[in-house]
Write a protein that binds this ligand. Structure first.
Ligand code: PMP
Ligand code: GLN
Length: 389
């Protein structure tokens, strides 16, 4: 047999930009501000609980929906921070990271030809999962305007139609750092109800909204009419600095959770047996953990933004997440992909070109993304290198 055996609908998807850029960082010995992963470990209580579970025999399949202690802590955490009430027995499912929850939701909800409304730039797995399901994406562009990323209301309205099955919303938003406001969410909620669409919300950065954001984080599920049509997805990776553990979850009305569960049982069945009790411990940490975690990231954001500004980038404000985007045009550069491929050789720093997260590539051609979930000395060294380049 000859040729590429990959199915036609996946041909447009090569190696992810994160894989490409992290490999480039290793190859060139560069500081990796590309892929979003912290360079320090999460809370010691969580790590100790994982070691204890591993040595204590928690090494076989956990129950399909996740161990009861973790499901209980997930619902308590949602109640504590967002005032959402969910039944831990029927309205929660533990998944292999947020990524599996997103894929299982789309595969379980979309018939071929159905449409998924999402915002660009989007997290790369969205496009792949939508394509795997044979569904179509209808993308609305987020543009940096008057100090923050926004979108055109008429563009959003036009993205909805009779085939709209769901809206896939990421807030706080990767890569822009945008936190959707209540007014923006209200519009999305109204359109979901008008077109009888579901909402799938990716809230993996729920605890990373900085004190100078326009508004605090609001889960879409808390808006009127949305509790019973929203599947809310999150993950331990970001909040507890354990991106390699891939423990995520989805909560929502039993019918939506059951949809995810019925698909995921044939993707991974279950995952991370000894890590599930540890994430349960982490979710029960006092409020001070979450506040200090956010304050630490905010300080590092400020450090990186100062460094990037001094190096000549036009930095877009980031209200949350691990990320900040920068415009390269003041440095007489035009194309972020070229810029990021040359940057490691030029100065030993890796960033990610944002254009790969757009359908309308031209909208993001001049933008690149830096991750600031790194130790202060690493950020400072990256800033020094960028200033010299
Ligand atoms: N959604 C967004 C917006 C992300 O940035 C990421 C990256 N971690 C994920 C989902 C995937 O999360 P996980 O690693 O838990 O699968
Ligand atoms: N979420 C991480 C980021 O945006 C990357 C995850 C991945 O490599 N797939 O950097």
């Amino acid at each position: 047999m000859t040729g590429d055996p990959l199915v036609e609908r996946m041909q447009a998807f090569g190696t992810t930009i994160f894989t490409e850029m992290s490999a480039l960082a290793v190859r060139t010995g560069s500081i990796n501000l590309g892929q979003g992963f912290p360079d320090t470990d999460g809370p010691p209580e969580m790590l100790a609980a994982a070691a204890e579970a591993l040595a204590g025999g928690a090494n076989q399949y956990p129950p399909l929906p996740g161990i009861p202690a973790l499901r209980a802590r997930i619902t308590e955490h949602e109640q504590r921070f967002w005032g959402l009430t969910r039944d831990p027995d029927t309205e929660v499912v533990v998944t292999a990271g947020a990524t599996e929850a997103i894929a299982a939701a789309i595969l379980g909800l979309c018939e071929p030809g159905d449409e998924v409304v999402t915002f660009e730039p989007y997290y790369d797995s969205y496009a792949a999962s939508i394509t795997l399901a044979g569904a179509r994406r209808r993308t609305v562009t987020l543009r940096p305007e008057s100090g923050r990323y926004g979108f055109d209301e008429s563009e959003l309205r036009a993205a909805f139609g009779p085939r709209t099955r769901l809206v896939l919303l990421n807030s706080p938003h990767n890569p822009t750092g945008k936190v959707f406001t209540r007014a923006e969410l209200t519009l999305i909620a109204e359109l979901c109800q008008e077109f009888d669409a579901y909402a799938v919300t990716d809230e993996v950065y729920e605890h990373l909204v900085f004190t100078d954001a326009a508004e605090p984080h609001t889960p879409l599920a808390t808006l009127p009419g949305m509790h019973d049509r929203t599947l809310r997805i999150s993950s331990a990776g970001k909040t507890f600095s354990c991106t390699g553990w891939k423990v995520g979850w989805a909560t929502g009305p039993a019918a939506l959770v059951s949809t995810v569960q019925r698909v995921k049982q044939f993707l991974t069945f279950v995952n991370a047996g000894p890590l599930q009790p540890a994430v349960a411990v982490a979710l029960g940490l006092p409020d001070t953990y979450f506040t200090e975690f956010r304050a630490g990231l905010q300080a590092r954001r400020d450090r990186l933004v100062t460094g990037l500004t001094e190096a000549g980038f036009a930095v877009q404000p980031s209200e949350g997440t691990y990320f900040v985007t920068a415009d390269i045009r003041p440095l007489s550069a035009k194309d972020g992909a070229d810029f990021c491929r040359e940057l490691p050789e030029r100065c030993g720093v890796v960033a990610v070109p944002t254009q790969v997260f757009y359908d309308r590539k031209a909208e993001g051609r001049h933008l690149i993304r830096f991750a600031f979930c790194k130790r202060e000395e690493v950020i400072d060294e990256a800033a020094r290198r960028l200033a010299k380049s």
